[in-house]
Design a protein around this ligand. Sequence first.
Ligand code: GRG
Length: 296
Amino acid sequence: MDLEAYLYNRSALVDQALDRWLPAEGLLPLSLHQAMRYSVFAGGKRLRPILMIAASEAVGGTAQQVMHAACALEMIHTYSLVHDDLPAMDDDDFRRGRPTNHKVYGEATAVLAGDALLTEAFRLLADAEANLLVPPATVLRVIELVARYAGSQGMVGGQVVDMESEGKEIDFPTLEYIHTHKTGGLILASVQVGAMLGGADEGQLAALSRFGGAAGLAFQIADDILDVVGDQAELGKAVGSDQARGKATYPALLGIAEARQRANELCDIAVGSLAPLGASAEILQLLARYIIDRSS
Ligand code: GRG
């Protein structure tokens, strides 16, 4: 299958669903809903929703079965970017090729838009109509899993250790903690939720969990490399910011060549984990390669 066509098709489906499920721009409070939509529709790759859909399809499920959860993960991801860009954190002016949320709507609204995206995401994960055919125990398992990967022992925890490490020399285990928690967790969660809602058995879930763990870490290493060698226009955000902030990254600790090698090894591990799923996991194989070879 052609990955480009797959990415185009599935991200269009995700965009349509996001448009349906996000509160309309015309709903009060207008500024809040506009700010939420501004960042969600700023042109992200929709990688987490697409991984979730591909995981569902790999175990015989459909895109439709996971679409509400896929949108929820994209909302959580977008909230994390909006908050990460705030002056209190990275103080960035550009994201996804546009001025950051607080630059357009002000800091207070940007904080609240992020809060509302996170909250709406959990409303969507629990939505009765979207989960009509899902066993209630699976719905609860999914909600608990997403909360765990997004919360203080997941993404927020990774962000805190990342902030506290700025300007310091950190060891390799701390760097891996930051990467697996700050970014890797949400990618792993996307794959696991796709598997669960797609009807995976425990063996398939275990294989996809190994895939998601390796792909999540490979994604962040690739992101570190892009911050050194990437193109600002293609990335839609400033490059070189990690080094300017004294952030610990794979290229800083290992050098570019070794960081690339590590990303390749993780990609091989991710692809190898898919063996039990056979040909139905072909798109996930291509996605693993795309994660480390992308230019944006
Ligand atoms: C503020 C709670 C809180 C957490 C922030 C994810 C994160 C934690 C910060 C973002 C900082 C950052 C740029 C990390 C690098 C990895 C990353 C999440 C890149 C952006 O993800 P993509 O490439 O972006 O999937 P698009 O725009 O395509 O969705």
